[in-house]
Design a protein around this ligand. Structure first.
Ligand code: AHR
Length: 564
């Protein structure tokens, strides 16, 4: 896709809209359009690829309260569990259909030895966790417990069980920095070799899983430019080749994901692809990882990683918009990466894997002290999640997998959990609202709306106004839309081009206060509500409230779009 300047795009979209309005037989629509400040054109005959369910993925790292307390409560507890895994989490996660789950990190992955998580549980080693000395620990927290000295109670087969229980496909990140290549393919052998075939298959059976785990997705290192080894792209390419030279596929195949550069560095991608291409191994790369966090809420006053972050709950308009503006950059990052990848891979055999995205705030709202990087989650995060998923849906031809960071008690979580307390966050509800997109065909959706503007350190800043995506599955058309404005509702004319819906229904996440959030004490403070939508000809007019995430579902007559 050509990189299109946002302002130019809006001009083009508006021009296309005007042409449509001038077409004969649409006087009523013309009136509606004049009354609406925004319009959304859903182009049923312009498919943009199938939306991989794996785009709706999650991330589980041995970091703070994600694994211990969040997921793993152990087998000797009164907290309801399935083989040691928190039952409430299993039930809620299953409902939103996780397409994929990534484990065990993150930076942790390049310190992890999977063999520590095998054999009798009471004989497993305790290891110092990667995050022990992280700068993000609040000063007054005692660094103790399984969050910092990992007892290896939750390991490969337990993770595979979490995947099986919830329906997510496993995606494992291999240790490229501190273990030899042989260890990687032995892990593949432990996971995937047929029952009874190898010594490691026997070990797997002794650990509780006789049948192969069927792991197809493998990350080859994580952030190899930084915590994963401080490599340069050429040296990483050499390591990538060594690690992936011989990986048995065991009938499930191997989809190998290479590390991307820092914040979508074009230089890293260009040099990595150039070297793999020169050595004739570029075709081993199924996906290239891209990480993007929205963290700097300082209004441009600093770029410092620690100083730029602000509170998850107490934020003003500038901080609210700064975070969402960074989330909106995801689209440009995807487009830029795609363009650079094409220089060596013009047929795009490798796709993008956005395996870490979300908000990252300053410490202070952790659900419990050891939950390092744990943070509360408000309507701001819900809008961020909706904007990001809409971007992925629109680029379904480029993004093969993605995972929000992280599943529970860490960064932009779907869940908060501690001991017997549990609640879902506004971000969870967005994944629920968006789940009908999974596996559906993305269709081009052109949103023309006034930009979101705000005052940023005394100057006006802006980013996209309404954001949305649409997909078709059978006779169901799903349109999701976010309105990032803190205080302005946006009325939009929605035109469905290429079909006339029979009926429509709506679900919406919207609260009068953008700071609204769920907590153990008030777990239902934010929850989606049904909203009325009336179909008018080939579309409708809908008012999107401030800071809202909306799903509109249209029932279409039996319909086979072109090129599907
Ligand atoms: O998600 C937290 C950390 O952020 C991950 O471990 C790392 O990959 C990234 O820098």
């Amino acid at each position: 896709m050509k990189k299109v300047n946002r302002r130019k795009f809006l001009r083009t979209a508006t021009a296309a809209g005007t042409a449509w309005l001038a077409s004969p037989g649409a006087p009523q629509r013309r009136l509606l359009a004049q009354a609406s400040e925004a319009r959304i054109d859903v182009l049923l005959n312009e498919p943009a690829g199938a939306i991989a369910p794996e785009i709706y993925g999650h991330f589980v790292e041995h970091l703070g309260g994600v694994v211990y307390d969040g997921i793993w409560v152990g087998e000797q507890t009164s907290i309801p569990h399935v083989d040691g895994i928190r039952k409430q989490l299993v039930d809620a996660l299953k409902k939103v259909k996780p397409g994929m789950i990534r484990w065990p990190g993150g930076c942790f992955a390049d310190t992890y030895d999977w063999r520590d998580g095998t054999g009798p549980r009471d004989q497993r080693p305790k290891r110092t966790n990667f995050w022990l000395e992280a700068r993000e620990w609040p000063g007054n927290v005692t660094r103790t417990g399984p969050q910092v000295y990992d007892p290896n109670q939750f390991a490969t087969v337990d993770f595979a069980r979490l995947c099986k229980l919830t329906g997510g496909k496993p995606y494992l990140a291999a240790n490229l920095r501190s273990l030899p290549a042989q260890n990687f393919w032995r892990w593949v052998e432990y996971c995937n070799s047929p029952a009874g075939s190898t010594t490691l298959a026997a070990l797997r059976a002794a650990d509780g899983e006789t049948n192969p785990l069927g792991v197809r997705f493998w990350g080859v290192g994580n952030e190899s430019w930084g915590c994963g080894g401080n490599f340069d792209p050429e040296d990483y390419a050499t390591e990538f080749n060594r690690y992936t030279a011989w990986i048995p596929s065991y009938g499930v195949g191997t989809a190998l994901v290479g590390s991307g550069g820092n914040e979508g560095s074009a230089d890293w991608t260009r040099r990595l692809f150039a070297k793999l291409s020169r050595l004739g191994t570029l075709d081993r790369l199924w996906g290239l990882s891209l990480h993007h966090y929205s963290w700097n809420a300082s209004g441009g006053r600093t770029d410092d990683w620690m100083a730029g972050k602000r509170d998850a709950l107490r934020f003003d308009a500038e901080q609210y918009y700064d975070i969402l503006r960074q989330a909106d950059e995801m689209e440009a990052m995807i487009a830029a990466q795609w363009t650079v990848m094409a220089e060596s891979d013009p047929r795009h055999s490798a796709k993008l894997v956005v395996d870490e995205w979300g908000s990252w705030y300053a410490s202070g709202t952790e659900p419990f002290p050891q939950a390092l990087l744990g943070q509360q989650n408000t309507m701001r995060d819900a809008v961020l999640a909706g904007m990001t998923l809409d971007i992925f849906n629109r680029h379904a031809d480029k993004v093969a997998m993605a995972s929000v960071a992280q599943l529970v008690n860490c960064l932009q979580s779907l869940f908060l959990a501690h001991e017997d307390k549990f609640c879902v966050t506004p971000t969870y509800h967005v994944f629920d609202l968006y789940s009908p997109h999974q596996g559906a065909r993305s269709v081009r959706t052109v949103v023309s709306a006034p930009e979101t503007t705000y005052s940023r350190n005394g100057r006006q800043a802006s980013f996209r106004g309404l954001n949305g995506s649409a997909s078709v599955s059978g006779s169901r058309l799903t349109l999701t839309v976010t309105n990032p404005s803190m205080d302005q509702a946006r009325e939009a004319e929605i035109a469905i081009r290429g079909g006339t819906p029979r009926s429509a229904a709506g679900m919406m996440l919207a609260e009068s206060d953008v700071h609204a959030h769920n907590s153990f004490e008030n777990p239902q403070a934010v929850a989606p509500k049904a909203v009325a939508v009336s179909v008018k000809g080939a579309g409708t007019v809908f008012r999107f409230p401030p800071a809202s995430v909306t799903r509109l579902t249209f029932q279409m007559p039996a319909f086979v779009p072109r090129q599907f």
